[in-house]
Design a protein. Structure first.
Length: 248
């Protein structure tokens, strides 16, 4: 639902699913999508004294939605200045700017911005496609940076995440199912043990187009595969189970 529009800047203030949070967006840059909301609901939550960091934060959708589940401090890291500005204004609009800090930085150059091995939870909705992939190609540089591994690769995301995590801390990612084997191999490379897996299918007779993965730093082996989410009925309306989860 759209709350406010300023056509001179192509800017909107949209309601997030459930209507408890609003988010600034612009039609000429990458907007949040369903995967960000599902990640925010899938990610583990630390104690109130814990710390969360969200990489590739975009306009702040994941930290924004996670504040409905926790009072823990959250850092959001985003490379693109325009998205950083939108995210900061979003946190202020929702009166959570004391809880959520938005950091304008390249995740490959965080040494002066964060304390390594200090976070209880890392989340990331990273670029899904390699630079050579034809999927998701877009001439808009903002969209291309969000979709393709131009500024960071999957290996970069997982390597940096491992450095940010305390012992036994957790990471939650949303990604493409076709890259699950690569994701698991890279996690293992940096001593992150996959613990939870959940696929998301657009319809019951369609292949999954999203996957949610949680891993533990220095965790014991053992993967729990959760029941999948089926998003749409044949009528193109949300299934009841998905609607209850997504819009709560």
């Amino acid at each position: 639902m759209m709350k406010y529009t300023d056509e001179t800047t192509e800017e909107r203030l949209d309601y997030m699913p459930g209507g408890q949070r609003t988010i600034f967006q612009r039609s000429n840059v990458f907007s949040y999508s369903m995967d960000a909301v599902l990640l925010a609901k899938f990610a583990p939550i630390p104690s109130e004294n814990g710390k969360i960091i969200d990489l590739c934060a975009g306009n702040g959708a994941v930290p924004l939605m996670m504040t409905l589940r926790t009072k823990a401090k959250i850092d959001g890291v985003e490379l693109q200045p325009l998205l950083v500005e939108l995210a900061k204004r979003t946190m202020k609009e929702n009166d959570i700017d004391e809880q959520v800090r938005i950091i304008e930085a390249d995740l490959l150059a965080l040494d002066t911005q964060v304390t390594w091995e200090s976070y209880d939870v890392v989340t990331c909705n990273p670029p899904y496609f390699s630079v050579t992939s034809e999927k998701g190609k877009n001439e808009n540089k903002h969209v291309s940076l969000a979709r393709h591994e131009i500024a960071c690769t999957l290996d970069d995301v997982i390597r940096v995440s491992a450095k940010l995590m305390k012992q036994k801390a957790r990471i939650a990612l949303v990604h493409r199912p076709e890259r699950v084997v690569e994701i698991f191999a890279t996690m293992k490379k940096y001593r992150l043990e996959p613990k939870r897996l959940q696929y998301v299918h657009p319809k019951k007779d369609k292949q999954a187009n999203m996957v949610l993965i949680e891993a533990v730093r220095e965790g014991n082996p053992g993967l729990n595969t959760l029941p999948p989410w089926i998003v749409y009925e044949d009528s193109q309306h949300y299934t009841k189970e998905f609607k209850d989860h997504y819009e709560c």
